[in-house]
Design a binder for this molecule. Structure first.
Ligand code: ADP
Length: 269
């Protein structure tokens, strides 16, 4: 890979700063572990914010498992170049989406990119994409505290804020503590913690069963002095909505998940 000259580097940094000056909030959705529902929450948060009338962007930088195209039913979409800028894919007129998944030739292509290459592409997603004026850019970054969340936090600087997703059980909460210290060491403000898969409401008897225990996310939030944004129960319909490309936040049906999610979105707004 060619090293960028100092002039190129300065030009790229300026391009990122120029684009970011037109974006009011950048929300990084983080998690300590995979499989806790981070991408589901990021995608549905973006949909919900756009439905509140906000100009919204969604950027998926999960290089090794970009799931946003599938959750939004945008598989097979490609990123076009218009006037020398990357044109995000429109989910709706006020929700623009870019995903590393749109850049892969085949959906199942393995992506073997090392840290500096990831930094380069994340920088392009911010500096060379035509996001326009946005109220909010939601970013789905991979689990953990690796290259991608670090790159994005360094690039968005004081515009950034984090929403951290966990499940209630100890193994997930323990990993989330690392996300909390990651944010603190980067001085990235934490908007709050969401506890996903927080109990299962039996559709037959209405009783709540705490499959993955409960309250771990809330306790962590209290202990760390971070706002607790709320819990989202387990609902098999969530899996169906994610697999079928119809995000539940489009508001087609009401359920304990959609109600819990709406409250969380209100706190974030
Ligand atoms: P991550 O991004 O943390 O790896 P995903 O968002 O891809 O996790 O979610 C993993 C799986 O869990 C998906 O099949 C998704 O539909 C499912 N899921 C997420 N949240 C819930 C929930 N509240 N109830 C049931 N299934 C869920």
């Amino acid at each position: 890979m060619n090293q960028a000259s100092p002039e190129d580097f300065a030009r790229e940094e300026q391009a990122v700063a120029d684009r970011l000056s037109r974006i009011k909030r950048v929300i990084l959705v983080l998690s300590g572990k995979g499989g806790v529902g981070k991408s589901t929450i990021a995608a549905n948060l973006a949909v919900a914010l756009s439905r509140e009338g906000l100009e919204t962007g969604l950027l998926d930088i999960d290089f090794h498992g970009p799931s946003v195209p599938g959750i939004l039913g945008l598989q097979g979409e490609k990123v076009l170049t218009v006037n020398d800028a990357m044109a995000p894919v429109e989910f709706t007129p006020n929700l623009k989406v870019l995903s590393i998944g749109f850049m892969l030739r085949e959906q199942d292509d393995a992506v073997i990119w090392r840290g500096p290459m990831k930094y380069g592409i994340i920088k392009r997603f911010l500096g060379e994409a035509e996001w326009g004026d946005l109220d909010c850019l939601v970013i789905d970054s991979p689990p953990g505290t690796g290259d991608e969340p670090l790159s994005i936090a360094q690039l968005v600087k004081e515009k950034g804020e984090a929403v951290i997703v966990t499940t209630p059980q100890k193994v997930s909460v323990d990993d989330v503590k690392k996300s909390v210290s990651f944010c603190r060491s980067l001085e990235l403000p934490i908007t709050g913690i969401i506890e996903n898969m927080s109990g299962f409401v039996c559709p037959k008897c209405g009783e709540t069963v705490d499959i993955f225990s409960s309250g771990g996310g809330k306790k962590l939030a209290e202990d760390a002095g971070i706002p607790f944004l709320g819990g989202i129960p387990i609902d098999p319909a969530t899996v169906v909505s994610g697999d079928s490309g119809k995000p539940f936040a489009t508001g087609q049906s009401q359920s304990p998940v959609t109600e819990a999610f709406q409250k969380i979105v209100e706190s974030i707004v």
